[in-house]
Design a protein around this ligand. Structure first.
Ligand code: GDP
Ligand code: MG
Length: 178
């Protein structure tokens, strides 16, 4: 079973969102509640939020989003998060090369343990911090292309590309087959 349900009118998509300190929780809160809270607390364990959107053809897509903590001490739980996910969103921070390396670690884990038809998105977040950028856009593009992933840069702070991230994830044909 993957997290996509084969109903063209009501697609249910389980989304796992990986790594920490990069703005995952802020991305999810921006998408689900339309808010950005710079004082939000570090996520402990995993949290679950859902959001339903209508696509242009009036298909509705309900995203069930699992926001994982990403800390090493939760690594043992990671297989639980991979299981049944139709979409995995791997996030790094464009101001942190270390977070880009960690994102690549998560991509490899997903390739090893995730479902073979999982849709993977690579997200460079904090795109509002252009003056502090340390990961070139082209590095994200190249890595994503080599690994068959969709790539986008977002800002949870300004809301740039947040809806596009989820909308684009919902368009993947592999979600519509069992
Ligand atoms: P998580 O550990 O990946 O869930 O990261 P959080 O969502 O908790 O965010 C970590 C920190 O980055 C917080 O201080 C956020 O305010 C900040 N942050 C998150 N997204 C953005 C963004 O798009 N732009 C900027 N400038 N800061 C962000
Ligand atoms: Mg978090």
């Amino acid at each position: 079973e993957n997290g996509g349900v084969n109903d063209p009118k009501n697609l249910r998509v389980k989304v796992n969102i990986m790594d920490s300190g990069v703005g995952k929780s802020c991305i999810v809160l921006r998408f689900v509640r339309g808010q950005f809270d710079p004082t939000s607390k570090v996520t402990v364990g995993a949290s679950f939020l859902s959001q339903t959107i209508a696509l242009q053809d009036s298909t509705t897509v309900k995203f069930e989003i699992w926001d994982t903590a990403g800390q090493e001490r939760y690594a043992a739980l990671a297989p639980l998060y991979y299981r049944g996910a139709a979409v995995a969103v791997v996030v790094y921070d464009i101001t942190s090369p270390e977070s880009f390396s960690k994102a690549q670690y998560w991509v490899k884990e997903l390739q090893k343990h995730g479902s073979p038809d999982i849709v993977m998105a690579l997200v460079g977040n904090k795109a509002d911090l252009q003056e502090k950028r340390e990961v070139p856009v082209q590095d994200g593009i190249d890595y994503a292309e080599r690994n068959g992933m969709f790539f986008i840069e977002t800002s949870a702070k300004t809301a740039d590309n947040i809806n596009q991230l989820f909308e684009h994830s919902a368009l993947s044909p592999s979600l519509y087959v069992n």
